[in-house]
Design a protein around this ligand. Sequence first.
Ligand code: PEP
Length: 249
Amino acid sequence: MRKKVIAGNWKMNKLPNEAMEFITELEPLVKNTENEVVVCVPYTDLFYALNMAQDTNIKIGAQNMNAEEKGAYTGEVSGEMLKAIGVEYVILGHSERRAYYSETDESVNKKLKKALSLSLKPIVCVGESLEQRESGSAKEIVTTQTRLALDGLSNDDVKSTIIAYEPIWAIGTGKTATKEDANETIKWIREEILKLYGNDVADSVIIQYGGSVKSSNANELFTMSDIDGGLVGGASLKADEFSKIVNYK
Ligand code: PEP
């Protein structure tokens, strides 16, 4: 049985005091869940969120990292730096990073290998645009992104990777994929993994849905056969709303 992983992505939101307030408010609301609870915060909130989340079941993640260990990369943060302060998760290849900061399948693959070598738990985002969905190429897009992201990984590494299927047209738009479409697309991703890595890996890899998840649609999405939880943007900014998504049933 795959575990459900519910991860919040705050994007560029919340100052340290707001991050600390959020964790304090969220903790009693999610302490009894069997689901994995992750909050991916801006770099400047990491230290504060980690401190507040100590001795709780809330895991803290970053939203990006550089694939290099150190050096002349002004403004960048390495996986080693995240690991050193106790960060557990890292989002890689979010569509906003692909669109605004030239992330490519190749750079995502490099970062993924680095994150896994450091035992950071990666959440790798894949997803098609509206145009691609409407032209019937969604399957080709998401399976290719998955294949390229995972290129060169061992079976164990793939098992340790979380994939978030996030249709770009559903992110921050209020438009959610239907539960059937989201499940079908995630099945395509799982079938691709089955072809490349076999049944055992395909069966265990966690694949989330992301795109306008909220408390009112979390249950119908997360109870589908292949959807193993969600990556949640806007609705993860309020502790009460996010807790309802975590406790979706
Ligand atoms: C995201 O940022 O990964 C996301 C899915 O955003 P939202 O939930 O706001 O659509």
